[in-house]
Design a protein around this ligand. Structure first.
Ligand code: PLP
Length: 372
C-alpha cells in the first residue's frame, strides 16, 4: 500500500515506538501513585509534557494531556464559555473548522449560546475585516485553526489573536495539522494538538493554556492534571507524544524541505487538467487537495485499492456528504465530488508519490474515456 493520507493520521515513528515500549511492557505503575514506580512514571509524564510544550513553542503557560485533540477542543470551547462573565459568552469561529470545533459550537448554540461562523474567501482564508466587524464585548472566544485539515491553507493566527485580544476575547487555535509542520505564531491563549498527526500514538492529545486562560474542567473525577482534567494518564501514550514532539522539533527543517520537494514532484506528476483547491501561497504543502472536472473521486478511491488517499477529512469521507470546506471555498457539489486529497510527509518517498499519481491519472483518464 502507498500511504497518502497524512492528514488522517501518520505512521508511528520508530523512535516513538521504542520510547513507549518500556512503559507498556515493564513499568505499568499508575503515574498518580506515591511509591517509586509511580513516581518514575510521573517523572516520565513530566518530561513528555515539557517536550510537547517546547514543540508548541509559545513558552510559559501550562499543558494538560487529554484523550484526543477532539477532547481538548471540546474542553477549550465549552470550558471557556462556562467560565466567561455574564454577557460575554459568544463564540466566533469559521465555517471551515474541524467538526470538533463546529459541533461543539452547535451543541452550545442548542443551549442558547450565540455563535458566529465566519465565511472564507475562495483561497480558504478568513478575511480579517469580517472578524473585526464581528468582534465586540459579547465575545468570549475566537476559535480558528492554524492549518486546515482538508485543504492545508494556513490562517493568519497571530493577527486573529491580536484582534480577539483587542476586543477582550480569548483565542483558541486548533493546531492539530500545524504542529511540527509550520511554526505556531505567538498570540493564542489556548492551543489544541494531537499526537497521531505527528508520528505519535493515537488516543492522546493536549491543550496548551496561557496563564489565566484555563477553561473550566469538562471531565470530573480524581483531580488529575491540576484538577483541570481528571482521569489516569497513560505514561506510554504521554511518552510517545513527547518523543514524537521532540523528533518533530529536531527534524523541522528536514521534514519541511522533504515536503516541499514532494509537493513540486506531485504537481509535475498530476500535470494539466487538475486544479488545486484553495490558495497555494499560505499553505502547508504536505496537503494537496486537487480536482479534475467531471471525475468521480469516490470511484477513483475504490478503483485504486493499493493507494490510501481520501476525499477530504476522514470524518467527512464516510458521510457521503460533500465536504463543508470545499463548499465554503465556493465549489459546487460536482466540483467537490471530483476532488481528492493527497497527504504526504516524512516517510513518503518521491517514487511512491509519483507512482501513485500516475495510477490516479490513468484511472481518471479511464473514467473520462468511459464517459465520452
Ligand atoms: N482538528 C483537526 C484540524 C484535525 O485534523 C483533527 C483530526 O482529524 C482533529 C482536530 C481531531 O484530532 P483527534 O483525532 O486527536 O481527536
Amino acid at each position: 500500500m502507498i500511504y497518502l493520507d497524512y492528514q488522517a493520521t501518520t505512521p508511528v515513528a520508530p523512535e516513538v515506538a521504542a520510547a513507549m515500549q518500556p512503559w507498556i511492557e515493564q513499568n505499568f505503575a499508575n503515574p498518580h501513585s506515591p511509591y517509586r514506580a509511580g513516581r518514575e512514571a510521573a517523572a516520565a509524564v513530566e518530561v513528555a509534557r515539557d517536550q510537547v510544550s517546547d514543540a508548541i513553542g509559545l513558552g510559559g503557560g501550562s499543558l494538560a494531556f487529554t484523550g484526543s485533540a477532539t477532547e481538548a477542543i471540546n474542553w477549550a470551547i465549552k470550558g471557556t464559555v462556562e467560565k466567561a462573565p455574564s454577557g460575554r459568552n459568544r463564540v466566533i469561529t469559521v465555517q471551515t473548522e474541524h467538526a470538533a470545533v463546529l459541533d461543539s459550537c452547535e451543541w452550545l448554540e442548542g443551549r442558547g449560546v450565540p455563535i458566529t461562523r465566519l465565511s472564507v474567501g475562495s483561497d480558504g482564508l478568513v478575511r480579517l475585516g469580517d472578524l473585526k466587524s464581528a468582534l465586540d464585548d459579547s465575545v468570549a472566544l475566537v476559535a480558528v485553526m492554524l492549518v486546515n485539515n482538508e485543504i492545508g491553507v494556513i490562517q493568519p493566527i497571530g493577527e486573529i489573536a491580536d484582534l480577539a485580544h483587542q476586543a477582550g476575547s480569548l483565542m483558541l487555535c486548533d493546531a492539530v495539522q500545524g504542529l511540527g509542520r509550520v511554526q505556531i505564531p505567538e498570540g493564542p491563549d489556548l492551543v489544541a494538538v494531537s499526537a497521531h498527526k505527528i508520528h505519535g500514538p493515537k488516543g492522546i492529545g493536549a491543550l496548551w493554556m496561557n496563564k489565566g486562560a484555563e477553561p473550566a474542567p469538562l471531565i470530573h473525577g480524581g483531580g488529575q492534571e491540576r484538577g483541570l482534567r481528571s482521569g489516569t494518564l497513560s505514561p506510554a501514550l504521554c511518552v510517545g507524544f513527547g518523543a514524537a514532539a521532540r523528533l518533530a522539533a529536531e527534524r523541522f527543517d528536514e521534514d519541511h524541505a522533504h515536503v516541499e520537494k514532494l509537493w513540486t514532484a506531485a504537481l509535475d506528476a498530476f500535470g494539466a487538467g487538475w486544479i488545486i483547491n484553495g490558495g497555494v501561497e499560505q499553505r502547508y504543502r504536505g496537503n494537496l487537495n486537487i480536482r479534475r472536472e467531471n471525475i468521480d473521486a469516490a470511484r477513483l478511491i475504490s478503483d485504486l485499492r493499493d493507494i490510501a488517499f481520501s476525499l477530504g477529512s476522514a470524518c467527512a469521507s464516510g458521510s457521503g456528504r460533500p465536504s463543508h470546506v470545499l463548499r465554503a471555498i465556493g465549489l459546487n457539489d460536482g466540483e467537490a465530488r471530483s476532488s481528492v486529497r493527497l497527504g504526504f510527509g516524512r516517510y513518503t518517498t518521491e517514487e511512491e508519490l509519483v507512482g501513485a499519481i500516475s495510477h490516479i491519472n490513468e484511472a481518471a483518464e479511464a473514467q473520462e474515456r468511459f464517459a465520452a
